[in-house]
Design a protein around this ligand. Sequence first.
Ligand code: ADP
Length: 475
Amino acid sequence: MNIVLASSEVFPFSKTGGLADVAGALPKALVQNGLKVSVFSPLYKSIDKTHLTLANNVDIGFDNRTINTNIYKTSIDACDFYFVENEAYFNRDHLYGIGAHDYEDNALRFGFFSKAILDSLKALGIKPDVLHSNDWQSALVNVYLKLFYKETFPNTKTVFTIHNLGYQGVFDKYYMNNLGLPWELFTIDGLEYYDKINFLKGGIVFADAVTTVSKTYAQEIQTPEYGFGLDGLLRKFSYKLSGIVNGIDVDVWDPKTDKFIDYNFNDPKDKIKNKTAIQKLLNLPTKNVPVFGIVSRLAAQKGMDIFSKSIKELLESHTDAQFIILGSGENDIEESLMQISNIYKDKVSLNLKFDEPLAHKIYASSDFFVMPSKYEPCGLGQMIAYRYGTLPIVRATGGLKDTVKNYSNRVKNPTGFVFEKYDSQELTKTLKKAIDLFNNKKDELLKIAQHVMQLDYSWKNQAKEYIKLYKKIYG
Ligand code: ADP
């Protein structure tokens, strides 16, 4: 089968979160299963085009004009990666915006990206059996395909994956003209959403199959609590909606070979050397206390509001533990964490940035990895933590619920700690349980850590789920 994957970020070229990991790793696993895969992504400023080759030069009809565009290419692990160049749209310091402020022309930037994919496929002579788009940034591929490319790609089917329903790409309706979309589509059954255009909605309505990134999240998004206003639509289309949990790239996240960590290891017993190294690096006292890691967007979605309350409570009661936090995001969350880290300098290391090497070091050196998410479509952090023998502490939601087994007397082979209610006290209680395990049941903790390191969350099995789906819709 010939698959084209459209994604607004792709590791190792560009990344703000889990979508990049998926777009980098799923294609590799599909190729290993004998499929032909091409990935399309924008050529951002951070991508060095001197390492790419010019694949084609294409005229793209967009925003009532013709935009002449270079398409660059490289191949990794027998998978082709294509990059759509547009100086004005993509040659910027960030992918989507600065801090919490989205770029104002995102409708045009990603409308163009979606249109460019189809024109490029035509120019390159690629006829996909399945065009697999992801999130609102490439959702319009499904719409444009059905509207304008039926003759060019008569047999192409579409899969649309929702990685996070909280981001829908909602824009002023007058962009319909710039996007070249007919006003007949501006209805409740089409792209309209409270008098605006909703890209994600278009992706859902026009796709042949819709997936999201865990089974639980596929159910949750059909409820008003998690549906972000689209639960009704998702219930309507539930016949074409399914959940496929993400995997991780086990070559990128491998404690035995990871180049970013100070000491490679194969047994969690040996993690202590990494703990000492990171404590030195971040000016924390070098001692064997429980270390909690966080690598996350600092957003309310990620449970960072209850987390900041919870660590304050814990530290006020003189708990001997350390927290290493890496991430950036919403101002109020950054500020409350800054206040705490200023008071407890020897217990909290706050790193407000995106830093791939430091992320690897945190996964490898922490005893526990905290993800108290309000909602979590899949979550990759918990699976990455497993690879490094680090126990996740999570709230029971979405993919976290599907991948973490709570430590309790009643559960066989636990893999971490799970709490139910979205509440800082619940989280504090759970953090205390983890501290107790660390301080008083070291052997048991080691056994669990050894067990989680053996878990298989690679893409090997998960890619098969996508292949089944591709085959089903392609017929
Ligand atoms: P998201 O909702 O942000 O996509 P996921 O758990 O699915 O969350 O994926 C997050 C990915 O981004 C993981 O690979 C994680 O290690 C990485 N990540 C998040 N924040 C940072 C950061 N500040 N620096 C480096 N990597 C980060």
